[in-house]
Design a protein around this ligand. Structure first.
Ligand code: NAP
Ligand code: SF4
Length: 678
C-alpha cells in the first residue's frame, strides 16, 4: 500500500519512545473487567487481551491493580504486592506479546473511593460515593504507599509487562492528595502546592529510578477535575511539567472525578468533547500526550492527531465493542466497525455492580473462551422473524457461521426499537449500530424480507429447519378512562414523528422510555446534543479550563415544553436506568424543568387534562398531550400460532420476556442462541 492510499496516516503511524516503538498511536485504555480480581479468571483475561492485541491495538493498559490492600477498589480486588501475584499476570503478557502488542499494568490505589473498611485517604473526609470513611494516611504511611507503587511496578516488570500506568486521575488516591478539598494535611504532603504534588512526583521518580530508562511509564493526569475547588489550570501545568521531569514516558488524559456531576463519557457527551484539554496541555510539555473520552471512530481519532493536539488516542470501550477496530481501520473497512455507543450498560454498569464486564453490542467481550461462533459443518435453513436488535444479532451470527438465514420484518427498515432510540437527543450513536447491522446483513448474504408479515402457514410451507422468533414487544395500553381521547399519544407516535406534542405534556410511566421521551420533548429540534458549546453550557464546564476544577455556572437551554413525568410507585423515578448513566438522565431532565411525580393514581383523561390522585388528593394536570410510556407487552402471537401447528421455535428478546426487557439482554440471548445452533 502506498503512503498516498494508507488510511489514517497519523493514527496508524508508529510511535518511537526511544527504547521501544509502538506499532501505532492507538492505546486501548484501562477498563475494569472484574476478571483481574480473581486469579482463576486470568486465562479468560489473557484471551480477552490477546484478541485486542491481535486486532491491532498499539498499546494496552490493564484494568486497575492495587499496590496494597488499602488500595483495593473492592474487597479482594486485584493486587500486585508480592511475588505470588506475578505468576497469573504472565499469562496475560505472554498472550499479548504473542500477538505483537505491548501491554502496561495500571496501578490504581482507590484511596477514599474504595468500597471496603480498610480504605485510607489524604485526610478523613468521606467521599460521596462509598459508605466507608477513610483513615488518614500518616506521613510514614504515605512513604510506605509510595514504596508499594514502586514495588508493584517492579513486580509488573517481572510479570512481563512493558510498563505501568500510574492512575493519577478520576478522583482516586493521588488525585485526592492534589486538592485542598480532600487534603487538609499539615505535613510535607499537604498545605502548599509543592507539598500536595509531592506524592505523585515521588511515585514517578521512584518507579523510574527502580526500573531504569527502558520501561514505559504512563501517568494518567487529571486535566479537568470537574469538582468544586478542583485544581486550577496553572496547578495542572506545573504537575505535568514535574511528572515529565520525574521521568514519565507518556501522560494520559483524565477528565472528571467519579463524584463529578458532569457526564464525561456517556453517550450524551459529544464525541471527543474534552480533547481540547489535552491539546491545551500539549503547548506546555514536551513528552507525548494521550487524549481520550468519547472517541469511537477512526475518523475522529485521526483528526485529533492530525490537528496536533495529541500524540496518541486512548479508547477503552470501543475495543470491547470491536476488538478488530484497528485492523478494520487499516484495511479501509471502518464501515465494518461495530461501534461503541457509550451506553455503559454492559461494561461500566457491570463493573460497578461487581459483575464481569461485557458489551451491549458485542456480548462476546469478556467471554472469548466461552461464547464462540465456529463455522458449521451442515448448514441449516433458518428463519428469523423480527429485525430488531435480537433478530439482527441472531440472524447475522447464524449466517456468519454458514447457516442459510432468511430474516423477516413487517417494517420497511431494519432496527426495531433502535429506530426510536436513535431519535433521542444524545442517543445518536444508535445510528452506528444500525449501520453496522446493515453491513453485516449484506456481508453475510442473509435473505432480507422487509415489509413482510411472516405467518405460521407461510413458514410451515417453506419447511425451515429452525425458526427464531424475535418479534419484540408492543407498548402497553393502560386501562385508564379516556385512553382514546385525542390528546393521548403513544411513545411510538411521538418518536416516529406521527404526532407532535403540545406545549404542556404529561408522560405516563417513568421507566427507560418515559425518560427518553421526556428528553426528546424537552430539547429543541434538531437535537443539539453533539454541540460541545451547548453541552458545556448545560453542565457548567468552563471551555477555557481557567476556573478551578473547570466548573462554572450552568446555563441549560430552556425546554420548549413543560413536561410532567409520572409513575404510580414511590420508587426513585427511572430506578431501572444504568448505575453510571441514570444520574445524568435525571439531572438533564431537572435542568429542563421536568416535574417528576410518584405515588399517583390515574383517574381519567378528558378535555381538562389528566385527572389523578396524589396522596389521596384529587388533582388535574392541565395538559395538551398525554404520552403513554407504560411499559411493554410481549408480541408472541406468531410463536403461539407456530406452537399450535406443532412447529417448534426459539423465542428471544422482548418476545420471550417483556418485563425488564433491554437491548443488552436481547442481543446476548440472540448471540447465545446463535452459538448453540450447530
Ligand atoms: P419500564 O422501564 O419497565 O417502565 C415502565 C413504566 O411504566 C414504569 O415507570 C411503570 O411505573 C409504568 N407502568 C407499568 N405498567 C403501567 C400501567 N398499567 N399503567 C400505568 N403505568 C404503568 O419500561 P419501558 O420504559 O417501556 O422500557 C423498556 C425497557 O427498555 C426497560 O427495561 C428499560 O430499562 C429499557 N430502556 C432503557 C433505557 C436506558 O436508558 N437504559 C432507555 C429506554 C429503555 P409504575 O408501575 O410505577 O406506574
Ligand atoms: Fe460501549 Fe455500551 Fe459496549 Fe460499554 S456496553 S463498550 S458503552 S457499547
Amino acid at each position: 500500500m502506498t503512503a498516498a492510499t494508507a488510511p489514517y496516516p497519523h493514527l496508524l503511524a508508529p510511535l518511537d519512545l526511544g527504547f521501544t516503538t509502538l506499532r501505532n498511536r492507538v492505546l486501548m485504555g484501562s477498563m475494569h473487567t472484574g476478571m483481574e480480581d480473581f486469579f482463576w479468571h486470568y486465562d479468560k483475561l489473557a484471551a480477552y487481551f490477546a484478541e485486542r492485541a491481535a486486532g491491532g491495538a498499539g498499546l494496552i493498559v490493564t484494568g486497575g491493580i492495587a499496590p496494597n490492600i488499602a488500595g483495593w477498589v473492592s474487597p479482594l480486588a486485584g493486587r500486585m504486592s508480592h511475588r505470588g501475584h506475578v505468576i497469573p499476570h504472565r499469562k496475560i503478557t505472554r498472550a499479548v506479546h504473542g500477538e505483537g502488542g505491548h501491554i502496561c499494568m495500571q496501578i490504581l490505589h482507590s484511596g477514599r473511593y474504595g468500597y471496603h473498611p480498610f480504605i485510607v485517604g489524604a485526610s478523613r473526609r468521606k467521599s460521596p460515593i462509598t459508605p466507608f470513611k477513610p483513615r488518614a494516611l500518616s506521613e510514614r504511611g504515605v512513604r510506605r504507599t509510595i514504596r508499594d507503587y514502586v514495588r508493584a511496578a517492579e513486580l509488573a516488570r517481572d510479570a512481563g509487562y512493558d510498563g505501568v500506568e500510574v492512575m493519577g486521575s478520576e478522583g482516586y488516591l493521588i488525585n485526592q492528595f492534589l486538592v485542598e478539598h480532600t487534603n487538609d494535611r499539615r505535613d510535607s504532603y499537604g498545605g502548599s502546592l509543592a507539598n500536595r504534588q509531592r506524592m505523585p512526583i515521588e511515585i514517578v521518580q521512584g518507579i523510574r529510578a527502580a526500573l531504569g530508562p527502558d520501561f514505559i511509564l504512563i501517568y494518567r493526569l487529571s486535566m479537568l477535575d470537574l469538582v468544586e475547588n478542583g485544581q486550577r489550570w496553572d496547578e495542572i501545568v506545573s504537575l505535568a511539567r514535574a511528572i515529565e521531569a520525574a521521568g514519565a514516558t507518556l501522560i494520559n488524559t483524565g477528565i472528571g472525578w467519579h463524584e463529578s456531576r458532569v457526564p464525561t463519557i456517556v453517550t450524551r457527551v459529544p464525541r471527543a468533547a474534552f480533547a481540547w484539554v489535552t491539546a491545551k496541555l500539549k503547548r506546555e510539555v514536551g513528552l507525548p500526550l494521550v487524549t481520550t473520552n468519547r472517541v469511537n471512530t477512526p475518523e475522529v481519532a485521526e483528526s485529533l492527531l492530525a490537528d496536533g493536539g495529541a500524540d496518541m488516542v486512548s479508547m477503552a470501550r470501543p475495543f470491547l465493542a470491536d476488538p478488530e477496530f484497528v485492523n478494520k481501520a487499516r484495511a479501509h473497512l471502518a464501515a465494518d466497525i461495530n461501534s461503541c455507543i457509550a451506553c455503559n450498560q454492559a461494561c461500566l454498569d457491570h463493573a460497578f455492580q461487581g459483575k464481569r464486564a461485557s458489551c451491549l453490542v458485542n456480548p462476546r467481550a469478556g467471554r472469548e473462551t466461552e461464547l464462540n461462533f465456529p463455522p458449521v459443518q451442515q448448514p441449516r435453513r433458518i428463519a428469523v422473524i423480527g429485525a430488531g436488535p435480537a433478530g439482527l444479532e441472531a440472524a447475522t451470527r447464524l449466517a456468519a457461521r454458514g447457516h442459510r438465514v432468511s430474516l423477516y420484518d413487517e417494517a420497511d427498515e431494519i432496527g426495531g426499537q433502535f429506530n426510536m432510540a436513535k431519535q433521542i437527543p444524545g442517543k445518536e450513536e444508535f445510528f452506528e449500530t444500525l449501520r453496522y447491522f446493515r453491513r453485516r446483513v449484506e456481508q453475510t448474504g442473509i435473505a432480507l424480507h422487509l415489509n413482510t408479515r411472516a405467518t405460521a402457514e407461510a413458514l410451515a410451507n417453506k419447511g425451515f429447519d429452525e425458526i427464531v422468533i424475535a418479534t419484540g414487544v408492543r407498548p402497553r395500553r393502560p386501562a385508564i378512562d379516556g385512553i382514546d381521547h385525542p390528546s393521548v399519544a403513544s411513545y411510538i407516535d411521538i418518536l416516529r414523528g406521527h404526532r407532535v406534542a403540545g406545549p404542556r405534556v404529561a408522560v405516563i410511566g417513568a421507566g427507560g422510555i418515559g425518560f427518553d421521551v421526556s428528553e426528546f420533548l424537552t430539547h429543541g429540534r434538531p437535537a443539539p446534543s453533539q454541540d460541545r458549546e451547548l453541552f458545556f453550557a448545560e453542565w457548567g464546564v468552563d471551555p477555557t479550563a481557567a476556573a478551578a476544577g473547570g466548573l462554572i455556572e450552568a446555563h441549560p437551554s430552556p425546554s420548549p415544553r413543560q413536561v410532567t413525568l409520572l409513575q404510580r410507585s414511590r420508587d426513585k423515578p427511572g430506578r431501572g436506568l444504568g448505575k453510571t448513566s441514570g444520574w445524568a438522565h435525571r439531572a438533564s431532565l431537572k435542568h429542563k424543568g421536568v416535574q417528576m411525580l410518584g405515588g399517583v393514581a390515574y383517574e381519567r383523561i378528558d378535555e381538562a387534562g389528566l385527572h389523578l390522585r396524589v396522596d389521596d388528593k384529587a388533582r388535574v394536570l392541565a395538559v395538551d398531550t398525554v404520552v403513554i410510556c407504560a411499559g411493554q407487552e410481549t408480541r408472541r402471537d406468531l410463536a403461539d400460532d407456530l406452537e399450535a401447528r406443532g412447529l417448534a421455535c426459539h423465542i428471544i428478546g422482548g418476545a420471550k420476556l417483556a418485563a425488564e426487557l433491554d437491548a443488552k439482554r436481547a442481543i446476548r440471548e440472540a448471540a447465545e442462541l446463535a452459538a448453540s445452533l450447530d
